[in-house]
Design a protein around this ligand. Sequence first.
Ligand SMILES: O=C(O)[C@H](O)[C@@H](O)[C@H](O)[C@H](O)COP(=O)(O)O
Length: 232
Amino acid sequence: MTDRMHEFSDAASLASALADEVAARLAAALRDRGTASIAVSGGSTPKKFFEALSTRDIDWSKVTVTLVDERFVPADSDRSNHRLVQTHLLKDKAANARFLPLFYDVASIQDAADKATEETAGIDNPFDVVILGMGNDGHTASFFPHGNNLAQAIDLSGPRGVLTMRADGAGEERLTFSFASLSDARFLALHIEGQGKKDVLDQAKAGSDENEMPIRAVLNRAATPVDIYWAP
Ligand SMILES: O=C(O)[C@H](O)[C@@H](O)[C@H](O)[C@H](O)COP(=O)(O)O
């Protein structure tokens, strides 16, 4: 699938432009269907974008926010993507958005994945907006190289929903939406920053082994063209 590069001079201008585009997409969904949905990634990159998006004046009360993936930690952990989104996005104008977590304090991570699948099943398909990040190892979402459930996670013939992932380099066990849940988002963005991540992207584009660099599954097989947002 073709991707579209959007390059910016700095992280602040990228954050503002991506927030404008996402707010416009969500507003269009609200106008056309009365509701809107967005799944965002965690990590360190999205903070400025989240802060900018939180100020955009749309009817957030009809927007469902969830996570592309989550570490299997409670929301009070400093490793929690829920905590990251609560701190940087779900405030200001976006304070009254509906948030659906992936982590649940249940007996096992599989029970949490099953509950997250059940709780998010009510979100209309496809997502209106999906924001992906990318690690220096070429992972995206929690599709980590050689992850124990990677083949299932990036199999587009698989079901929509949340599955578990364990992998070297992932730290905690992970909860992640499947690629089938994310691939056909109406707006599918990859948000990366720094020359190092640009080099990783170029390396991913130069090869085809998705087990080695799972971002390749998104770049090569996503149903929706990927809009890549990059700043040095
Ligand atoms: O839970 C996570 O860590 C994210 O969802 C993950 O997929 C992230 O997007 C990349 O690891 C990039 O992280 P950085 O932005 O910190 O480089």
